[in-house]
Design a protein around this ligand. Structure first.
Ligand SMILES: *Cc1c(COP(=O)(O)O)cnc(C)c1O
Length: 386
């Protein structure tokens, strides 16, 4: 072979069956080949196992799909290029013109955009309530045929706890599907409930290191199969290298999440004892209005602590004074992060809805990392004094 041929047809390296790599290699290949046309035909007709094109399926993605479905206690998983794609693909795939969606003001803002702006353009209507409005949820489902209920728990940033069993039962009774964005509580929580579809941002706790984006939709085999073709055509596919990094991150997810929860409780208890802090929201505190609900439905209380200072100026000064907490969007990194309310303004909400979301400029959200708890508390202490 001449050089241009050689570099395009490198020698194959076979790994013996009894000599497997401990860590699965990255299948960084878009295309998979076949010995002859008949086998390629059988693959395209779904008559054999294998892979043809990575937007459809890839072995590195397959391993991560199987892992995540097991972690959440469901049959199957579709991987996405980002967490928001794990919300948008089920919405686009499962809803059609004339359908009605129920959602909540306390949700992740881009999820509200998807329902209230994007789906609205395709003739899908919605009702937006507060996640605490049990009577309103029941009334909305009873009075309006509803295709899907989209919700989160704990909510962002004030950490309200949705009554998951109650919402799941109400939706089931009225023939609506449930789509729970389970990013904050993560894979080890909420699997025991009668939820149809879980959405996760893998950008947060799954990958854990703030260096890769991804999303997952986890559901029964039938629901996943019903969304699969739309997902392939929408094209929000995860790259194999990102899937590899997320699979690697998952190895320490239970350790990281546990440590972050322990740190979060210590930070919350410290902040609650400070007179310069007007209010602390952490579901693990006795003072949280839904502490007993959180305790009953979750194994732990999450890694986010949200506080209310006395005004916006103090919220900004406090955020600026922190040394270990980086001013940054997002959550779930190994490093602690801080986000003041003025950077989380909900411009799409009216005054009543902003009240439900309890978001104002004196709010500060802390995403707790895996650093030493005493160091974090010392940093918070000096920043409160500043
Ligand atoms: C971050 C986040 C998302 C979106 O995830 P990306 O990976 O950033 O697209 C969706 N839902 C919740 C609750 C999140 O925190």
């Amino acid at each position: 072979m001449k050089l241009p041929t050689r570099v395009n047809h490198p020698p194959a390296v076979a790994v013996p069956e009894d000599n497997r790599p401990l860590v699965a290699p990255i299948y960084q290949s878009v295309k998979f080949t076949f010995g002859d046309v008949a086998e390629a035909q059988r693959q395209s007709r779904g008559e054999r196992d294998g892979f043809a094109y990575s937007r459809v399926s890839n072995p590195t993605l397959r391993q991560l799909e199987l892992t995540l479905a097991q972690l959440q206690g469901r049959d199957a998983c579709l991987l996405m290029a980002s967490g928001i794609a794990a919300v948008s693909v089920p919405l686009l795939s499962l809803c059609r013109q004339g359908d009605h969606v129920l959602l909540f003001a306390e949700m992740y803002q881009p999820s509200r955009y998807l329902v209230r702006r994007l789906l609205a353009r395709y003739g899908i209507t919605h009702t937006m309530l507060s996640i605490e409005d049990d009577a309103g949820i029941e009334h909305a489902l009873a009075s309006t045929p509803t295709r899907l209920v989209l919700f989160e728990s704990p909510s962002n940033p004030v950490l309200k706890i949705a009554d998951v069993a109650r919402i799941a039962a109400a939706a089931r009774a009225h023939g609506a599907l449930t789509l729970l964005d389970n990013t904050f509580a993560s894979f080890h929580n909420h699997g025991q409930f009668d939820i149809d579809i879980f959405a996760h941002s893998l950008t947060k706790y799954a990958s854990g290191h703030g260096d890769v984006m991804g999303g997952a939709v986890i559901a029964s085999q039938a629901l996943i199969d019903s969304m699969r073709t739309d997902h392939i055509m929408i094209g929000a596919t995860l790259d194999p290298h990102a899937a590899f990094l997320i699979q690697r991150g998952l190895k320490t997810y239970p350790l990281r999440y546990q440590r972050q929860c322990e740190n979060a409780l210590r930070v919350a208890e410290f902040l609650e004892s400070q007179s310069s802090v007007a209010r602390v929201a952490y579901p693990g505190l006795q003072s949280h209005p839904q502490h007993s609900l959180a305790k009953a439905q979750m194994h732990d209380f999450g890694t986010i602590v949200t506080i209310e200072l006395h005004d916006q100026t103090r919220a900004r000064k406090f955020s600026d004074a922190l040394r270990l907490f980086a001013i940054s969007a997002s959550v779930g990194s190994t490093e602690s992060l801080v986000q003041p309310g003025e950077l989380m303004r909900a411009r799409d909400l009216n005054e009543q809805e902003r009240g439900w979301a309890a978001l104002d400029d004196a709010t500060v959200r802390l995403s707790i990392g895996i650093e030493d708890a005493a160091d974090l508390i010392a940093d918070l202490d000096q920043a409160l004094r500043a």
